[in-house]
Design a protein around this ligand. Structure first.
Ligand code: GLN
Length: 543
């Protein structure tokens, strides 16, 4: 039987070096050479999953088909590979301990003292190998979150050491991603921090097989030689990762540096195919040579942090390339929008997206932005909370239901147009209890969304607690807010659209999670197309 190969990616010197992008790029290249690859992220924090984390802490929470709330790196994996991930692709220290403690309570350790080594490390090793043992993959790339030397990473590093020893050098390898800083005063790139982080790894018994060096300047042959000698790797295993203008350039940069070839050689896979990156490069070509430009307003309350809306921003890149236009995203804080400022803030936009979110802060600004988009016939996409805001706005301003709201924001609202369903009412725990993951949805024929998807039955990923209240459906529909997507099982309304408008769609789910380079999401593609048309017709009118 063919053995699954395991590739571990560790990080040194600094965080935020882009381990996720390097892992995804390597996976892309291996996939392009015909291998079946998946990527896994191990996160050393104690939360069971990032679902309970504020976006300011950890960026966006990404959701998989099977409803796992995960690290945003899984979004990169899916966008690069166009292969869905699952709960097994993201494991945190919290989850590891939870499962070891549950086993202890069941008496599964037969009276033994439960310890970090071997019990926690065994659990980590098991979680790494679950994906390999499924038989679905030739290779599993496991990214270890954090930086070597951190207290919380130690059990993971020990698990990697043991696995490497057990599986052998042909079946497991370690890629260490480090930083080569440039010291302006000295006019030099410095290798010492990398030497130290390789040494730290060595102290834990792990020899890095490949070094990927993040740098702002090209690494000379001399410097590569020096790094190889002092870090105990072959010279061809010193890979430069220079700053790129887009993350989508990284696979090609890694191809030029030979990261995939050295990986395959080290894993003793010598008969590899040529990489097929045709679709990827066609996308890149369109992305880099736009024929026009659209300006989209992203109305949210976590706009200070780019990572909070990662998947939405990436979905815009995919949709822009598909339409051959550059999408300029202007982030606007919803707390800065009110009746008086709305025109000033939104008048230059060709399209308006109201973002997902939780809690009351900033919602009145979002409602104002919806009203502006609806009344001025500006293409609009509302996602999750953004869809709920569209329903509230319509109820308040078209149906004249004063004080209409979601019971999340005002439990005493006289018109709870967005409300909790019975099955959510008795839930006390916050973690993992929302409506999560993929749900079926049936589209109404001849609707805007039906035309976008080109099919009647779709499935999209959810992450929310509150729902469209069907008691108001007749009234909303009679007045022109059409329910164009319905969950066939529960009859919950998943999509609303305004009839008398060029393009106004609100979706209870998160289309951004499913947009990939190979398959840009149809709603984003159509939203950008409508926004570009809007811009062109505005320009014509003004001339
Ligand atoms: N806060 C809303 C809910 O829980 C929307 C969630 C979201 O936008 N992801 O229903």
């Amino acid at each position: 039987m063919k053995h699954t190969k395991y590739i571990f990616v560790t990080g040194g010197v600094s965080s935020s070096l882009g381990k996720g992008i390097i892992a995804a790029s390597l996976a892309k290249l291996l996939q392009a050479r015909g291998y079946k690859v998946t990527i896994q992220k191990l996160d050393p924090y104690i939360n069971v999953d990032p679902g309970t984390l504020n976006p300011y802490e950890h960026g966006e929470c990404y959701v998989t088909e099977d409803g796992a709330e995960t690290d945003l790196d899984l979004g990169h994996y899916e966008r690069f590979l166009n292969v869905p991930t699952s709960q097994a692709n993201n494991v945190t220290t919290g989850r590891i301990y939870q499962s070891v403690i549950e086993k202890e309570r069941r008496g599964e350790f037969l009276g033994k003292t439960v310890q970090v080594v071997p019990h926690i490390t065994n659990e980590i090793k098991e979680r790494v190998q679950i994906l390999g043992k499924s038989g679905d993959y030739d290779m599993v790339i496991t990214e270890i979150g954090g930086t070597v030397g951190d207290i919380e990473s130690l059990p993971y590093i020990e698990a990697v050491r043991q696995l490497k020893w057990e599986l052998g050098d042909d079946n497991a390898l370690v890629i260490h991603l480090t930083l080569i800083p440039y010291l302006k005063a000295a006019g030099e790139l410095k290798t010492k921090p990398t030497q130290h982080s390789v040494k730290t790894l060595m102290e834990s018994g792990i020899k890095a097989d490949i070094l990927v060096c993040r740098t702002e300047y090209d690494l000379s042959q001399d410097l590569r030689k020096k790094l190889a000698l002092f870090c105990n790797v072959q010279q061809e295993a010193v890979i430069q990762s220079i700053d790129a203008s887009t993350i989508y350039d990284v696979p090609n940069l890694m191809l030029e540096e030979g990261l995939d070839i050295i990986t395959l050689k080290k894993l003793n896979l010598t008969h590899y195919k040529k990489p097929n990156l045709t679709t990827w490069n066609e996308f890149l070509n369109r992305h880099k040579n736009p024929k026009g430009k659209v300006t989209i307003g992203l109305i949210g309350k976590y706009v200070e942090l780019q990572d909070s809306y990662k998947s939405i921003l990436e979905a815009f890149i995919h949709a822009g390339a598909q339409n051959e236009v550059k999408v300029k995203v202007v982030s606007i804080h919803s707390e800065h929008i009110n009746e008086n400022s709305v025109k000033e803030k939104l008048k230059k936009l060709d399209g308006i997206l109201v973002a997902p979110g939780f809690g009351e802060r900033g919602i009145e600004g979002k409602i104002e932005a919806v009203r502006y988009a609806r009344e001025n016939k500006i293409p609009f996409l509302g996602i999750c909370l953004g869809m709920q805001m569209a329903v509230i706005e319509y109820a308040r301003n078209v149906l004249h239901l004063k004080g209409a709201n979601s019971t999340e924001m005002n439990p005493k609202t006289p018109y709870p147009v967005i409300d909790l369903m019975e099955d959510q009412k008795n839930i006390i725990n916050k973690g993992g209890t929302m409506r999560l993951g993929a749900w079926q949805c049936q589209l109404k024929e001849n609707s805007v969304v039906f035309n976008a998807y080109g099919e009647k039955n779709i499935s999209e990923r959810h992450r929310h607690r509150y729902e469209y209240n069907n008691e108001y459906r007749n009234k909303l529909e009679e007045n022109g807010l059409i329910a164009s997507g319905i969950n066939p099982e529960t009859k919950l309304v998943e999509i609303v659209e305004v009839q008398d408008h060029p393009w106004f769609v609100g979706v209870q789910y998160h289309p951004e999670y499913k947009s990939t380079v190979a398959k840009p999401h149809p709603l984003f593609v159509e939203f950008i197309k409508a926004s570009y048309l809007q811009k062109q017709s505005k320009t014509r009118k003004n001339n």
